[in-house]
Design a protein around this ligand. Structure first.
Ligand code: AMP
Length: 289
């Protein structure tokens, strides 16, 4: 496995591989890798000849009161996991290489970024799209992979690529869960054992909405209420339960394509999750963490 930290060396690596006719798959992450990230690596290997995984905790996407400084970091562990999963190139740039100065040019993320996560985290998606655009320019992949777990991010990245004509494809992979339903997240490491149990309220709320819908309820308002009741478990402060279409617009009557998105705080930790109603949580890959 190649390990690269300079932007120019990264670009040179991709260009040399491409000159040999190889297709480049790219998995951008903030590190502290888990099986959700590693399944993206597996999928990248199916779609490309070489896999680049980046690890960069992007300061631009954290608000002033958020967890940038305490976000979990362990590059040695990430290196071992990436190597074991046959990543070809680990790209781990320093903050000073990515942002020698605070950037004045940033991607404006538009109204799709002002709802759900973007409403609670102002500026978050502008920070995400800015770093993703920079990483795409540096890595120059043919295909980039994103997780459905952050579906609003994945939709916005798809729009970024279309709207600004990045010459690459975006592939979105399903949410990887633990056997009891909790979506894998680097932030799960913040949870105490009690909080870990409380955190199950998120996937439980999604399942409750899904069951009510399968039982014949199609009114979004009734399903939203059901989801909120389930989410409001002891130790959980619900932030939202939303039923939206792929453009993040709220729906009144739901269909199989409707996305149910939930966010809550468990102790000091903010967690999110979602499901496409017609696909269902049971279809997501489940792993022993
Ligand atoms: P992060 O390191 O949290 O920025 O995530 C990097 C990528 O991994 C993003 O595309 C996430 O959507 C994806 N990801 C994170 N958690 C999961 C999960 N449980 N299942 C699938 N993809 C995930």
């Amino acid at each position: 496995m190649q390990e690269i930290s300079s932007l120019s060396a990264m670009r040179a690596w991709t260009r040399a591989e491409k000159a040999r006719g190889r297709r480049i798959g790219f998995v951008p992450t903030m590190g502290f890798l888990h099986e959700g990230h590693l399944r993206l690596v597996d999928r990248a290997r199916e779609l490309a000849d070489r896999v680049v995984l980046s690890v960069f905790v992007n300061p631009l996407q954290f608000g002033p009161q958020e967890d940038f400084s305490r976000y979990p970091r362990d590059l040695d562990r990430d290196r071992r996991l990436a190597h074991a999963r046959s990543v070809d190139c680990l790209f781990a740039p320093e903050r000073s290489a990515m942002y020698p100065a605070d950037p004045i040019a940033r991607v404006a993320a538009g109204p799709m970024a002002d709802v759900l996560e973007g409403k609670i985290r102002p500026g978050h998606f502008s920070g995400v799209l800015t770093v993703v655009a920079k990483l795409f320019h540096v890595v120059e992949p043919d295909v980039a992979l994103f997780g459905r777990k952050d579906f609003q991010q994945a939709m916005l990245v798809q729009r970024l690529v279309r709207d600004l004509d990045f010459p690459l494809e975006i592939e979105v992979a399903p949410t990887v869960r633990e056997l009891d339903g909790l979506a894998l997240s680097s932030r799960n490491t913040y949870l105490s054992p009690d909080e870990r149990r409380s955190a199950l309220a998120l996937s439980r709320a999604l399942r409750a909405v899904e069951q009510a819908w399968r039982g014949g309820q199609a009114e979004a308002a009734a399903l939203q209420k059901k989801g909120m009741e389930t989410l409001a478990a002891p130790g959980v402060q619900p932030e939202y339960v939303a039923l939206v279409d792929e453009a993040m617009q709220p729906v009144e009557r739901v269909t199989a394509k409707t996305i149910v998105a939930v966010a809550a705080r468990v102790g000091a930790t903010r967690l999110i999750d979602n499901v496409v109603l017609g696909e269902g949580i049971a279809a997501d890959p489940a792993v022993r963490a």
